[in-house]
Design a protein around this ligand. Structure first.
Ligand SMILES: Cc1ncc(COP(=O)(O)O)c(C=O)c1O
Length: 484
């Protein structure tokens, strides 16, 4: 027995990270290998602990759930039990509407866990005032300072599984899972896990160039024949590429404790690409830019680990990183940048497997703002269709925006698709979705402006990170290009 040998601070720390156990007897006559993810190992004894914790902590971060407030939900038992447990641990009141189809044991367990339970008629339509949905809604209306979890219609239910169950299964199977079978009640598990497993979020690099780019040339690249870079199945399919040009193969940068394999630097655009092998202990790597990078992005090329981004405008940036392949807001961990900010020559790495595991191969991209061409910064949203304007000093060709305080997609807009304002359709860097059709960002001659109240680009009071690149540098003097 090797699990949990240390003291655990709270039951909340035991939610998720459930075991995957190989099935033998029940599948012995079937081809393939089968595993069961034992969600009963969660402290609340079901998968529902995950969504309960995720939704509650999201509400806390959004500032809509505070000490002493009330949590309300419609439940057939398991979600309610998880909520009641977490409410008790965190000091909230929990009120649950349950149908009289659920067993008395369930109701007793909820009450024993401290919840106020309202048993409602099962034999009425969902929109009847006595149904457990309508009763929960009414209690929510009548209870000041209450939050309705609303698992059946809450996107965070799906997101919880995208953020936890999906990555766990991927890591436990070392990315080899081919099929997922799941029970479905609200559909949260199957949608969230399925979405994660489809997005290829953090896989290592493909060696199948026919599926992507088969060659780089001095002025472009050659696509392979297959999806995703060149699918011809439908005439309506279009492809986007965004390219950062470094300076050929480059050479080893020996400024840090790790000598890079290659570092290729575009010193005019202040952009570099380096490759290196991890050591597993604190290290420094030379980046080759003309000064301190504003943004550093690292990805293992031979391991299924997340894309870690350092961005200078994340608070306490050298203790944090944000994942390019995920909707998460930043996480805190000293094992990425070892609590040390990049300098004019070096990036410091901790020992995390995402940036510096012994023997693993990594690619590192570094950017530093160039007056009139590129800028990496942050702005505060105003939650209004007449949104905040961010001055760049150039007309952006590509803009990437990420809500750094809440779960939201990485929004990308550029000037190459539908054209000009207001048709700047969003693509998301962290998933495989087609472009959005809601047009909500204006690209302007000297910056950008938000045109909607939306979590991913413009919630009032929220801080957003951005990365923006403009027109090609003008000569060597980096003059801002002018408006069209
Ligand atoms: C124990 C348990 N497992 C699985 C499910 C189904 O999961 P989902 O609601 O994510 O579809 C539920 C509830 O609906 C449940 O209570």
């Amino acid at each position: 027995m090797i699990r949990n040998q240390q003291i655990t601070n709270s039951l909340l720390d035991l939610i998720g990270e459930t075991p995957l156990v190989q099935l033998h007897r029940i599948t012995e006559e079937l081809p393939g290998r089968y595993y069961a993810k034992i969600e009963a190992f969660n402290p609340g004894q079901s998968v529902k602990d995950r969504i309960a914790l995720y939704i509650i902590e999201n509400a806390e971060k959004e500032g809509i759930l505070k000490a002493g407030n009330t949590i309300i939900e419609t439940t057939s038992g398991n979600t309610g039990f998880s909520l009641a447990m977490i409410a008790m641990l965190k000091g909230y009141t929990c009120k649950l509407a349950i149908s009289d189809k659920s067993s008395k044991d369930k109701v007793d367990a909820l009450r024993a866990m401290g919840a106020e339970v309202y048993v409602c008629a099962a034999n009425v339509a969902a929109n009847h005032s006595k149904s457990y949905y309508e009763v929960a809604k009414r209690i929510h209306r009548e209870t000041p300072n209450s939050v309705y979890i609303n698992q059946y219609f809450n996107e965070l239910n799906i997101e919880a599984h995208y953020a936890t169950t999906g990555p766990e299964i991927w890591q436990q199977t070392e990315g080899k899972i081919t099929h997922l079978v799941a029970a479905s009640g609200t559909g949260g598990t199957i949608s969230g896990v399925g979405k994660y497993l489809k997005s290829d979020a953090n896989t290592n690099q493909t060696t199948n160039s026919s599926q992507s780019i088969s060659a780089f040339t001095s002025d472009g690249f050659t696509t392979g024949t297959g999806n995703p870079a060149n699918e011809s199945a439908s005439t309506t399919l279009g492809f986007m590429s965004w390219n950062w040009k470094a300076n050929g193969q480059g050479s080893s940068n020996t400024a840090g404790s790790i000598n890079t394999t290659y570092t290729s630097v575009n010193s005019t655009a202040d952009f570099s690409i380096s490759t290196y092998t991890g050591t597993g202990s604190t290290a420094t790597v030379g980046h080759g830019l003309s000064g301190t990078p504003d943004v550093v992005l690292v990805k293992s090329t031979n391991d299924n680990t997340d894309w870690r981004m350092y961005h200078k405008d994340i608070p306490s940036a050298n203790t944090r990183a944000i994942k390019l392949n995920d909707v998460d807001y930043w996480n805190t961990d000293n094992s990425w940048w070892n609590n040390t900010s990049p300098t004019s020559t070096l990036v410091t790495l901790g020992s995390s497997s995402t940036v510096n595991q012994s023997g693993n191969l990594y690619v590192m991209y570094c950017w530093k703002s160039v007056n009139g061409f590129s800028k990496y910064g942050s702005f505060i949203g105003n939650g209004n269709a007449n949104g905040s304007f961010t001055y760049l000093g150039f007309k952006p060709k590509l803009l990437i925006v990420k809500n750094q305080g809440a779960s939201a997609s990485w929004v990308m807009v550029d000037d190459k698709r539908l054209g000009y304002n207001v048709k700047n359709r969003e693509l998301f860097a962290n998933n495989t979705n087609v472009e959005e059709t809601n047009d909500q960002i204006d690209l302007l001659s000297n910056g950008f402006k938000m045109r909607a109240n939306s979590t991913s680009i413009n919630t009032a009071g929220r801080s957003y990170l951005y990365l923006a690149w403009g027109q090609t540098l003008v000569g060597s003097n980096n003059k801002p290009c002018t408006a069209r």
